[in-house]
Design a binder for this molecule. Sequence first.
Ligand code: HEM
Length: 411
Amino acid sequence: MTVAGIDLSDTEFWGLPLADRAAAFALLRAQQRPPFFEEPEVPFSEKGPGYYALVRYADVVEASRHPQVFCSGKGATSIADLPTEFNEYFGSMINIDDPRHARLRRIVSRAFSPRLVAKFEDDVRRAAATIVDDLLVTGPCDFVQHVAARLPLKIICDMVGIPGDRYEMVLANTNIILSGADPEFLSEDLDEAVIQLLGAGQALADLVTSLAAARTEAPADDLVSALATANIDGEQLTSAELASFFILLVVAGNETTRNALSHALMLLTQFPEQRALLLDDLEGRVGGAVEEIVRYASPVLFMRRTLTQDYTMNGQDYREGDKVVLFYYSANRDEAVFTDPERYDITRSPNPHVGFGAAGPHYCLGAHLARRELTVMLRELLARVPDITAGEPDRLLSSFINGIKRMPCQF
Ligand code: HEM
C-alpha cells in the first residue's frame, strides 16, 4: 500500500479489511501535512472543492476546540455540502453553530434531568438482564440482532417515550438514515436514495409530532414531555426543532452504541488475554475495557468542519471555506498519543480518546448514557456467558459509521 494509492473518498476503501484500513491511516499520519482528497459523489449536491483529512490527534483536538474558526453549520455529518434545511432536519444541533447551538443544547441538556437519568440507570440494568436471559434460551445466534441492537433501542425509546410496538419501525428508519453507501439499506440509484432518506426522516418526525401532541395533553415522565413543554426559564423547542432533535437522538442513540457492543465482542474474541484479564476483575476493569472499545472501534468515524477564516494549524495553512474532516478513528490510533495503538489494551491509562468527539461544544451529549449501557451490558454478558465468542462480522459499507450488520456468536 502506498500513500498515493489511498483514497478516503472511494467507497471501496471503507470495505477494506479493518487491519488494512488502520495501516492506511498510519501511512497518512506519517505524512508531513494533512492529506487532501477530492470529494465523493452524493445525492443532492454538486461535487465540492475537496477536503483536508485531519488524521492526527493534535489537529482533531485543535479544530474541535475552536468552533468559531472550524464551524459545523455548513454540515458536520456529510463531506458534501447539503442544503441547510436538509442538514438541520437530519442533524439538528450537530449541524448548527452558536448562538443557536448553545440555545438548543441548553434546553435539551436540562431535559436530561437527574430524575430521568436515575430512572434509566435502573432500566439499563433490567434490560441487559432480560437480553442475556433471552440469549441463553436462544443459544448461538446473530449477536447484533439478539444482543447489541436491543439495549440501545429499548433505552433510547423508553427515554423519549416511544411505545414498544414502534421499536422495529424506529430501528428500520435509523438504519436507513445512517446506512452510508451500503446497498442493503439504501438504493444505489441516487434519486431513489433521496426518497428513501426523506421517507425515513418523515416517519420519525411524524412519530414524535404525534407523541408531543399526546404529551402536551397528558405529560409523562419522559423526554418528549419535557421538551414539548417550556422549561423553568420559559424556553421551549419549536415543533420543527423537536422533530429534528428527536431524529438526531434516536439515530445517535441507536446506531453508535449498538456497533460499540458488537465491536466489544469482536475485540474480546481477537484478544483472549484481554478477556482473561477482564474476567479476572470484571468490576475493577470493565470501565477501562469500555473506554478502550470506544477508542479502538471509534463507532463514529468522522465529523466535518468548515473554515470561517484563514487559519494556520500545526504548520498547515487553511483558507476560509476550506473543509476539514476530523477522522476520530485515526486520531484514536495516533502513535504520538497512544503507545502500540493497534493493541486492544483494557488497562491503557490514561486513555484520552476522542471517540465521543474532542472537547468542544459538540462533545457527545449521550456519552454518559453510552458508557452506562456498554458497562452494564458487558458486565451482565461476561458474568453469565464468559465463554461467548464472535464469528466473522458482516460489516456496514460506510465512511461515517464503523458498523457491523450481522455477526454470529457462539458459547
Ligand atoms: C458509543 C456510542 C457513541 C459514540 C461513539 C458517539 C459519538 C459522538 C460523536 C463523535 C459526536 C460528535 C462530536 C463533535 O462533533 O465534536 C457525537 C455527538 C452527539 N451524540 Fe453521540 N455518540 C455515542 C452515543 C450517543 C448516544 C447514546 C446518544 C443519545 C442519547 C448520543 C447523542 C449525541 C448528540 C445529541 C450529539 C450532538 C451534540 C451536539 O452537537 O451538541 N450519542 N456523538
